[in-house]
Design a binder for this molecule. Sequence first.
Ligand code: FNR
Length: 428
Amino acid sequence: HRPVVPTSPDALAAAARRRMTRTAWSYLAGGAGAQRTVAANREAFGRYRIVPRQMVDVGQRSLATTMLGRDLPAPVLFAPVGALEVAVQHQLGRGGRGAAPRNAEPALADAARDLGLPLVISSQASTPMEDTAATLGDSPRWFQLYWSSDDALVESFVARAEASGCTAIVVTLDTHVLGWRTMDLDLGYLPFARAEGIAQYLSDPVFQQLVEARVRATASSDPGTTTARPTVAAVRSLLSMAAHHPGPTLRNLTQPYARAAVETFLDVFSRSTLTWTDLAWLRERTTLPLLVKGIQHPDDARAALDHGADGIIVSNHGGRQVDNAVAALDTLAPVADAVRTHAGTDPAQPPVPVLFDSGIRTGADVFTALALGADAVLLGRPWVYGLALAGADGVRAVTEHVLAELDLTMALAGVTETGQIGRHNLAV
Ligand code: FNR
């Protein structure tokens, strides 16, 4: 009898892949271009080696840490992953495409709550953040923002995040244009052309106003455009989702509204004119700590801190944005050093947190990232694979495997607390 959720990262990915349609797998596992950076993110971990130590009393160990003033059971968070419902619906053996129960994000939130680890709620979540917040209870949550071209929508998302109990805002800077995702392109797959892909937006009052304005404008100027390509398939898909979605917004969708929703989303989801000075505007919109995600250069880390960021997330979006980009892990130590030695930082304040993602698959990977200067890591694709295999139990199992191996690795490296892990634990 073999466990449903394998402990080996490759076996985990392979098992999840067998359960999915090609489109779901391509969306989840795929990266930019020739997939070189996806591979490089993993290969980089092979270039740093942990040095085991002997005869250290490691009988009492703890993974506990604090992050932005809050105690956490381990230095691990759930990375924001958009359009999750679309991916999980594309499972084989669950009644086929579109027939699976709508349970991806509630299952994720269940697991995050049970583990007590923060969930970073995606802007592009397939469930409104208020519903996820209800499932999370008192468990920690952050909100990940894609900086919309519409100021009022940004303000609305931030206000909803605050009201939903989020204790930090993570603004993702590396996706102001979407990468060249070859696997999706070749299958003609656009997850955000489906209602679940943009449910976070559809549940937003400002977004609804934008859509309604577009519906009115389209109806008066060119009623013939309702059959225009390329959004017809998207509209059809939205309508089929609307039929069984419990929320009032989707239930009331009419065809022009559905099409306008997708078009509005594509219009407003990002803003590629941003520069560092714009960060002050966002900084003024919330009292919550503001973290920037997607940093890979020490100068960008310094600029972020100079312009009001309270934390840095080193990430290359799991290799989904720039192919041939440097492995995320190779940028971690220079960025962490830049943050630690930053001139403007007040030594009386708690240190600015540096987080890392892109390539974490195992507990040993977490150890390596902490050794290179991360205070915590975000787990991405592995928990999605766990979710696809076994719902909330799968997310819990994957995360517990990572934490168990981190704990063992600490023991075998002669370390009892995550804060002790440093470059001295690596071979140079
Ligand atoms: C992501 N990521 C992401 N990031 C973000 O800020 N907002 C988002 O909505 C998403 N959506 C998303 C969907 C999917 C399917 C993937 C795989 C990734 C990036 C994510 O937060 C994280 O940076 C990467 O997943 C890290 O890479 P690995 O460890 O998963 O390879």
